[in-house]
Design a protein around this ligand. Structure first.
Ligand code: ADP
Ligand code: MG
Length: 676
């Protein structure tokens, strides 16, 4: 099988250079890839029904004899209509085609065919319009349906797969070790490949699917576990002395139990042995920044440097301010490096990082740029890691010599999914909010109640509390979505005159943004009209109301993030979702938010409503694309595959046993594709 992945698709009969480019487009540049390009559906021709019973909702197979061969009729508009009659033994019905002269030769009077298509109810009579059809003798029980591309339709792909199957040897090196395959009662790889493309029965198809799903998840899990264990070597940055008590005493608050636990776990990782490789998951407002700060302190005090990377300039600046205040009057020097750091300042900073005078660097992805070098980078922290790909997470680490790694995510991920996506990371969970927080009350309203909601914002402003107002776009576009600039102008002139209203959006210069945020944080603004740039991480405890226009445009996790900007103090805070959406899915999202403030529950619901593909987007978790398994539906199999992978690696960590050759090959193949 492995060699088939080196056999170009042009080895197949009827596939030349031009076709080969089309096959490359569907992800099948080689014969092996083509065999692994599974159908997305199967037309079931094995159980024909009488047309009388066929649903008009879904395509059906109907076995019928042609009683009148097709005859052509011209209709206005240059169309030629071909009409035949067929009889399924109970009903006589019309079969119609448009502009398809070939059917005259293909459909013969007196012959029986299996037709496949959606039954059109018709004004007088049920019938078929442009169905597919096969001579009943020799009609395959199932027909694979492939994802097609322009110039390469499903039928042509199926033809090529047939050819490819001829090249498949009877015995291949199976990624599933024989013993495991036997124990789970799974079919062989060649059988599975034949059956997934051209099943003879529904049972055979099911057996093939079961096997291929397990295989795919086994390979994925094994690969992820191997990635994790690659770092099993000894760290070059042991931090054996625990300075965290000293750090906690510096804080203006006492840490929560969850913060202490997460830091303790990380400090233990950093003490010696293998480099730390840990994910901290915490709900919004659970205090991840303090955890990061404690670990930067721990690193610095143990004689190494630390870097903290945030996805936005705003957030980097805020983290810098927070850390600087925690480290004030100590010998731990913290610097800020972003895309807008002036050239001269930047040069000086780079020197400080290179010679080790600055121990802690806070910044954006500017930290990854070529000129940045550390003397002794021992700890790399990525905040809001879902905003970065796996590659960027690795890039920061590459600034050091296998430093300790900590990634922080404020998009809680259902635990099962986290274990699988971050199979290579250890997990700390911040499941406790700082004391004295009052849960945010959330309401969904329609836009005709907007005036009342704005009155609510005004009352809060009069009490000295602040509000965020989120609009989806910067300038008024060609639709009626609210926009920051115009929305703010309207508030100033008409709806909320006298209040101090600021604006924040992605197109402002960093210095302007920073100035607005500083004024908002200092209480010099009552209302901040903003795009979702405030979504991530921004922390202003006096803010009491988060009002979100066009709330239907955002996903659950994003809305939860936005809501997390309020409720950071002890007073009651509110989230107002403004939407006129009617569709069920949007309404369910609003309902979930009104019902819970628990980010882990929100995440579960998000996963349920959207499925894991959307939940992350491929680019955000950086995993290879799955061909057949579905992370939401095959979660049970996923767990079993993970157990199996652990067992295999426990006995054979390098996969050097000949029985694991197939698995090793498949892992290499899967993770090699990731780089391309
Ligand atoms: P997130 O986990 O969303 O990044 P932050 O780190 O921004 O949360 O913290 C949210 C707010 O909670 C900040 O104002 C921070 O000062 C405060 N905070 C963090 N830890 C504690 C604590 N243990 N006690 C009281 N307030 C805390
Ligand atoms: Mg944060």
């Amino acid at each position: 099988m492995a060699s088939l992945f080196e056999t170009p698709i042009t080895a197949l009969r009827g596939v030349g250079e031009k076709k080969a480019r089309l096959f490359a487009r569907i992800g099948a540049p080689t014969v092996g890839d083509l065999l692994r390009t599974y159908p997305r559906a199967w037309e079931d021709l094995s159980r024909p029904v009488p047309i009388r019973l066929a649903s008009s909702e879904e395509p059906a197979a109907i076995r019928a004899m042609v009683t009148h061969a097709p005859t052509a009729t011209r209709i206005p508009g240059g169309t030629t209509l071909y009409r035949a009659s067929a009889d399924d033994g109970q009903t006589s019905f019309p079969v119609t085609f448009f502009n398809n002269p070939y059917v005259v030769h293909l459909l013969r009077e007196g012959e029986t065919y299996v037709f496949y298509g959606r039954v059109s109810p018709g004004p007088h009579q049920r019938g078929l319009v442009s169905p597919e059809f096969f001579p009943a003798a020799g009609c395959p029980p199932f027909r694979p349906v492939y994802r097609q591309t322009q110039g390469l339709n499903s039928r042509a792909i199926g033809q090529a797969v047939k050819e490819a199957l001829l090249l498949l040897p009877q015995t291949v090196r199976d990624p599933i070790p024989d013993g495991l395959r036997a124990a789970r009662g799974l079919c062989s790889l060649p059988d599975a490949l034949r059956a997934i493309h051209f099943p003879e029965t529904a049972q055979e198809l099911e057996a093939a699917r079961r096997r291929l799903i397990f295989e795919e998840l086994l390979v994925l899990q094994t690969g992820l576990l191997l990635l994790g264990s690659r770092k099993r070597e000894q760290t070059r940055f042991p931090a054996p002395i625990d300075y965290t008590e000293e750090f906690w005493r510096r804080l203006p608050f006492s840490p929560t139990g969850a913060q202490r636990r997460a830091v303790r776990e990380a400090v233990a990782d950093m003490a010696g042995g293998a480099p730390m490789n840990r994910l901290v998951q915490g709900d919004v407002g659970s205090g991840k920044t303090a955890v990061a700060a404690a670990l930067c302190w721990q690193a610095a005090k143990n004689g190494m440097q630390a870097a903290l990377m945030a996805p936005t300039e705003l957030l980097a600046r805020q983290h810098f301010a927070t850390l600087s205040s925690f480290f004030a009057d100590t010998d731990v020097r913290c610097v800020l490096l972003t895309g807008s750091t002036p050239k001269k300042e930047r040069a000086a900073l780079l020197e400080e990082l290179a010679d080790g005078r600055a121990q802690v660097a806070v910044g954006t992805h500017a930290l990854l740029s070529g000129g940045v070098a550390f003397r002794r980078l021992g700890l790399a922290i990525t905040d809001e890691q879902h905003r970065f790909g796996v590659a960027q997470r690795a890039a920061l680490a590459e600034k050091g010599d296998a430093p300790h790694l900590l990634v922080m995510s404020a998009t809680p991920i259902p635990r099962t999914l986290a274990l699988m996506i971050y199979g290579d990371l250890d997990l700390s969970i911040l499941d406790e909010l700082p004391p004295g927080r009052t849960p945010v009350l959330t309401y969904a309203i329609t836009s005709d109640k907007r005036a009342r909601a704005l009155g609510f914002l005004r009352r809060h402003a009069q009490e000295g509390r602040q509000s965020y107002l989120i609009c989806p776009m910067i300038d008024e576009g060609d639709d009626d979505r609210a926009s920051v600039t115009q929305y703010a102008a309207r508030l100033r002139e008409k709806e909320l005159p006298g209040l101090r209203i600021g604006e924040l959006h992605g197109r402002m210069k960093p210095a302007e943004k920073e100035d607005v945020m500083r004024r908002f944080a200092a209480g010099e603004l009552d209302i901040l009209v903003s795009t979702t740039v405030v979504e991530v991480g921004v922390d202003v405890p006096n803010a009491a109301v988060m009002m979100i226009e066009n709330a239907e445009r955002y996903g659950l996790s994003q809305l939860h993030q936005l809501r997390g900007r309020v409720g950071r103090g002890s007073q009651q805070s509110y989230c107002i979702l403004v939407t006129d959406a009617q569709n069920q899915e949007a309404l369910s999202r609003m309902k979930v938010l009104c019902a819970t403030t628990d980010g882990f529950r929100v995440a579960d619901e998000d996963l349920r409503l959207r499925g894991p593909g959307d939940f992350f987007g491929r680019r955000q978790h950086g995993l290879p694309e799955l061909r057949i398994a579905d992370m939401a539906q095959d979660l049970a199999t996923l767990r079993e595959a993970q157990d199996a992978a652990r067992e295999i690696l426990a006995r054979d960590p390098q996969l050097s046993d000949p029985a694991h050759r197939g698995l090793r090959g498949a892992v290499h193949l899967l993770f090699a594709q990731r780089e391309s």
